[in-house]
Design a protein. Sequence first.
Length: 237
Amino acid sequence: MQLTSIKNIGVSVAALALLFSASGCTVSKSVAESSDAGNTFAPKTVAPEQAKQTVSEADTVREAIKANGNIASAAVGNTTSYPSQVSDDGRVYNVFSTVNIRSCPSTKCKILRVAYPGADVQNDPTGGTQTGNGYTWVRVTYGYASNKACETTAYKGWMIVNGLSPSIGKARVTKSPLNIRSAPCSGKIIKTVAPGTKLDFHGDENQFRGKWYKVVVPGTTPGALGYVDGWDYTDVY
């Protein structure tokens, strides 16, 4: 091919690119949720051997009282009270008092994980509420088998409700890009939002499906349902 022809082709490609730019068209990119940004265990939780110190359920209650978070009063023992908002309701809970996650609803059960203030855990409504050793317990998801966005195998355990605050707040985006999809994992991308965006939970029975949180798509009226990988990309408070 002659040099003149090559130059003409180059000019044509440049002109075409300029035309697309002027018309507002852009080349679509794959913005799939990256496994590099994923979490296996809930942030701000550690294995018991990595905990700063041993924590008992009585310590959790005392710390909760001191923190004054959503608990008007609480007592160690059979009269332990807890926030009426915390229940077996399939919500995302924010931890505000250091608490053990155990293999069953009793202080005699093995500690699987220790959650520190600021951790987010997912309530498993199928576990109901249980009582043991004078405490009220709920079952929660504290981790998944991998850091992949589509992972569905969950690690579950039991924790007392005294250190938990239900997510009456928002899912705040911490990493980018965060896609809002029409369905969990592989649904159509409706919108992509930046870090700092505050997303309202959708008014549905459960707030999540696996790692995916049910949120209101910003700018829609009435608030349309969308799904985000909230486990890996948001902090709830």
